[in-house]
Design a protein around this ligand. Structure first.
Ligand code: ZN
Length: 147
């Protein structure tokens, strides 16, 4: 309740912008300007994303396919020894493992090991490193009887 700043009438007044001036006017005069709706009078319900800090979307979205650290991770090793298959099978048997056991330790299929040991397949760089580490051998040096 108050006094209209435009017509002076006593009664309910509301804030309004009249000619770019904020005034309290009656409901009859408010049509001459733009009624203001103070934010504090009607608290709007807050949206969930404004207060749910625990549920923030992650800023860092990991890529589905992580980029290999080195190019050779996805390529054949160029200096793979000619007798790599012999070295693997010799080292494997030295450990007393059958191809299946070696395959399990390398998280590979047994067919991969048998193909590699029969020289029907070259291990890629990643697998080569795994084999080298597991069997404590190197597959990259050239045999002594070669140049
Ligand atoms: Zn008025």
């Amino acid at each position: 309740m108050g006094e209209c700043e435009l017509c002076g009438r006593e009664g309910k007044v509301v804030p309004a912008m009249i000619d770019e001036v904020k005034m309290f006017v009656c409901l009859n005069c408010v049509k001459h300007g733009k009624r203001l709706y103070p934010v504090e009078s009607k608290p709007t319900p807050q949206r969930q994303e404004h207060w749910s800090y625990g549920n923030k979307p992650a800023m860092f979205v990991p890529k589905k396919r992580p980029k290999p650290m080195f190019e050779e991770d996805v390529e054949d090793i160029p200096d793979l020894a000619e007798d790599y298959h012999k070295r693997i099978s010799k080292a494997r048997m030295g450990k007393g493992w059958d191809p299946e056991e070696l395959a399990k330790k390398l998280f590979e299929k047994k067919s991969v090991i048998t193909k590699i040991e029969s020289k029907h397949m070259k291990p890629d760089a990643q697998l080569t490193r795994k084999i080298e580490k597991l069997l404590d051998i190197t597959l990259r040096e050239k045999p002594k009887d070669e140049e």
